[in-house]
Design a protein around this ligand. Structure first.
Ligand code: ARG
Length: 266
């Protein structure tokens, strides 16, 4: 990934490297226009307020994640190399500004990568067990039914604000509408509709992007609480018209996630 070298100086500042992109993009593809039509980032996003999404986590390999339990971060399988003991990942929690002196950090102890991810079954999820719990951390509950797999979703992350753009110091957020499996199969014929859910505008302009991977896509449930419906997985470029973002469909994976989390001490 040649993109890595061009980003390296910026990335060093936030101690991350971009995880393997599912679909590579040219670094020159999309620049904000003179009227700023791509906006500040997630691509088309705005700054999240401190404490607005308190369970958001930045992972040092250049991915996002969400607190699932005091000792567990839910992220994407494609953000990690495999299952096993792993002390190489730093998780940053508790600050929209990654350089904030009030941020909380933990080192990883163990990583579980969904073994189905590398098979036809798919399922882009992984759990990172922290070396010590973040006691009392805010947690983002995961959807356990398809009840919330529609409507308008919120996305957030420290990833690129445009294709090939720099990783962000401040957490950015945006909203994207659900896209049906049928529609999503036009740009993505190999969509694994049973375990993937798509979101984005037909006209593009708002999307997750490189470095947002592993982070949550979420919405309010009927009790007005946040619930996680997706995990940032892949897309062709970022925010392109007719190419929505593709997310792991949490409702279809929730039983397996919960079972493994219990094993890991959730
Ligand atoms: N795979 C990318 C990553 O590793 C995330 C891509 C999301 N792309 C999109 N167009 N929604 O960060």
């Amino acid at each position: 990934m040649s993109k890595l070298s061009t980003l390296r100086k910026v990335m060093a500042v936030i101690a991350g490297t971009v995880a393997a992109a599912a679909i590579a993009v040219p670094a020159s593809a999309a620049q904000p226009g003179p009227t700023g039509e791509y906006g500040p980032a997630v691509v088309g996003g705005t700054r999240a307020a401190q404490g607005e999404f308190p369970w958001m986590v930045r992972l040092s390999m250049g991915c996002g994640g969400a607190m699932y339990a005091d000792n567990l971060v839910l992220t994407a399988a494609h953000c990690v190399n495999g299952t096993g003991n792993n002390t190489s990942i730093t998780a940053t929690y508790g600050a929209v500004d990654l350089q904030s002196s009030s941020r909380v950090t933990r080192t990883s102890k163990y990583v579980y990568r969904n073994p189905g991810y590398s098979t036809s079954a798919g399922g882009d999820w992984a759990l990172i067990q922290l070396s010590s719990p973040i006691t009392g951390a805010a947690k983002l509950p995961i959807a356990t039914s398809t009840a919330y797999d529609s409507g308008t979703f919120t996305i957030a992350g420290w990833g690129a604000a445009s294709e090939g753009g720099a990783q962000q110091r401040y957490l950015l957020k945006a909203q994207v509408p659900f896209v049906s499996d049928t529609s999503c199969k036009t740009p993505y014929p190999s969509l694994k509709a049973n375990v993937e859910i798509c979101a984005g505008y037909t006209q593009g302009g708002t999307d997750t992007c490189q470095g947002d991977s592993g982070g949550p896509m979420f919405r309010r449930d009927n009790a007005n609480n946040w619930v996680q419906v997706g995990i940032v997985s892949y897309g062709r470029g970022c925010a392109r018209p007719n190419y929505p973002g593709v997310y792991a469909q949490v409702s279809a994976l929730s039983s397996a996630i919960a079972a493994k989390a219990r094993e890991l001490g959730a």
